[in-house]
Ligand binder design. Sequence first.
Ligand code: ZN
Ligand code: ZN
Length: 202
Amino acid sequence: MKEEHENALKEIYMERFEGLEYDNRTDGDVLRELHEMGYVDEDGNLTEIGVERAKKIIRLHRLAERLLHDVLSASEGEIESSACKFEHVISEEVEQAICTLLGHPDVCPHGREIPPGECCIKGQDEVKSIVLRLSALSPGEEAEIKYLSGNDEIIKKIIALGILPGKKVKVVRVFPAHLIQIDNTQIAIDERMAEIIHVMRA
Ligand SMILES: [Zn+2]
Ligand SMILES: [Zn+2]
């Protein structure tokens, strides 16, 4: 499958399932070829294997975005152009290694869902992860907050407490509740919040 086919599948999927609009309609030849390969039906809708394939491409793109954003601190422009190349070349093993390294993230830096892969379903080995949930840290450990992943309501609460990406955080204690320190302020958070705050060890 060529890059243009993969890009077209991705766009059709995002329009259909994520409500995003693209101004450039899929090229007629590309659409016909996708139909011949069984990824879209006569009306240009994704077939079952088309959906699977599209999810895979989107997953790779968004994992690449997370990697570039969280670990490599790449700029917005670099993230977009590199992620678009990455998604066509990452192998299955590399995909799972990156996902594990990142702590099996469920959203990309833009807040869009990353379709889960086999590694995410198998269970989360936090030990090998570079980006992990705050709940995985022990008292005394320091980290940098990378992103928040959960529903809007709880994310708003977390942000209102001054817990923001880019801030350094230290875990003061984890029992009976999580107590963390940011700048000179100690903040008590519940277990659910500690699951939503994703950090990278300092
Ligand atoms: Zn994204
Ligand atoms: Zn995973």
